[in-house]
Design a protein around this ligand. Structure first.
Ligand SMILES: [Zn+2]
Length: 371
């Protein structure tokens, strides 16, 4: 009996210990998860979708595509031939290469790509050298005509995020915007030569917003943030107005506003311009992340403006990059992440565009502009 009691005593002691141990584990677990919640930095947050919903691999565009927004990423013959193979596999019939360049740099790109015929189209930049000196417009027009003779089929990418044509190469033109009087002869010459213009104005709205806890797209916005404290910056709305002025004043020149004119936060702004101006289009490049977050609204926009949007990438030459763009345009997949194209922490959704819309966006609208 005694032994028994002793044994019982031992058992009950073990039970107590087990209970204490369990309580300890619970507390430890709770404190670890609370700690995690308090300590995980937004930059480290890397969620993985656990939804067991359809995941579609789209290896090839449903219809042959013209990529309206690419750059001369490959630097050698070998890299270009790899790119052509990727284009074949992914169904990209043609890439428009926005070189930014003029002069010798443009000519050397022409030489590098010339053997691929119509797989590539090379667009030149404007030469802004001496843009503050008298007679600049005339000189720049002359260089434009020279590039045209060298084979430039259009102009781009011009870029103004608020301080003027600042990231234009080879020379930036700080303080000069699309509606500057000095630009007028260039826009007119483009119209005369049948050279469309690819122009990037502003940036997504998140980049102009305060970098604080309320910024909806903080992690990506911070990377691309605009210095709003610097003097001379035009606001997002003012930038759109400079574009609108140029488009309105040069009806014979075709303008392609890059990246939905950076109005992905409010596509109605772009819609109003597309309604108004026959000589204006928009490319959809590098704004997949922004638009895949609001798929129903975006799909309605594509349907309404199916005659005015052109496919584009602006994100390198990897096959996976092309596949992601097709997945977003064609599939109805929901809540998937991709950290390769942005650092937004939100998930993407496919738009499930109709064949009619896809055909136009992938190539029919491009033909209207290029022919
Ligand atoms: Zn670009």
């Amino acid at each position: 009996m005694r032994d028994m009691d002793n044994r019982n005593g031992l058992i009950s002691m073990n039970l107590d210990m087990k209970i204490y141990y369990s309580i300890f584990l619970c507390i430890a677990f709770v404190s670890v998860s609370v700690k995690a919640q308090e300590d995980i930095l937004l930059k480290d947050y890397d969620p993985v979708s656990i939804y067991n919903t359809p995941s579609t691999k789209v290896s090839k565009a449903k219809f042959p595509a013209v990529d309206f927004h690419s750059h001369p990423y490959p630097k050698s013959e070998q890299e270009i031939s790899e790119w052509v193979k990727t284009m074949d596999r992914t169904g990209v019939a043609k890439s428009i290469i926005l070189t930014y360049q003029t002069g010798k740099s443009f000519d050397s790109i022409v030489n590098l790509y010339s053997k691929y015929g119509d797989r590539f189209e090379l667009w030149c930049g404007f030469d802004f050298t001496g843009y503050e000196e008298k007679g600049w417009s005339k000189r720049a027009v002359k260089e434009l005509e020279r590039c045209f003779k060298m084979g430039a089929k259009g102009v781009g990418e011009l870029g103004d995020k608020g301080f003027g044509f600042f990231y234009s190469k080879p020379t930036p033109a700080e303080g000069m915007h699309a509606d500057d009087d000095r630009m007028k002869p260039l826009w007119e010459k483009c119209g005369e030569l049948g050279m469309p213009v690819s122009i990037h104005v502003a940036d997504p709205m998140w980049m102009y917003e305060p970098m604080d806890v309320h910024n909806d797209g903080l992690m990506n916005a911070y990377k691309w943030r605009i210095d709003t404290t610097r003097e001379g910056l035009l606001t997002h709305a003012e930038l759109i107005t400079t574009l609108e002025n140029a488009v309105r004043e040069n009806p014979k020149t075709t303008f392609i506003a890059c990246h939905f004119a950076n109005c992905s936060y409010d596509l109605d702004i772009l819609g109003r311009l597309l309604d108004k101006y026959d000589n204006m289009y928009a490319d959809i490049s590098a704004r997949y992340a922004e638009t895949a977050a609001v798929p129903r609204y975006t799909k309605r926009f594509y349907e309404k403006y199916q005659d005015k949007l052109v496919y584009g990438t602006d994100m390198g030459t990897d096959p996976e990059m092309y596949e992601l763009t097709f997945r977003i345009l064609e599939s109805e997949d929901e809540h998937f992440y991709d950290k390769n194209i942005s650092s937004y922490h939100w998930s993407f959704n496919g738009l499930g565009l109709s064949d009619e819309v896809l055909k136009k966006v992938y190539s029919e609208n491009a033909k209207k502009i290029l022919d």
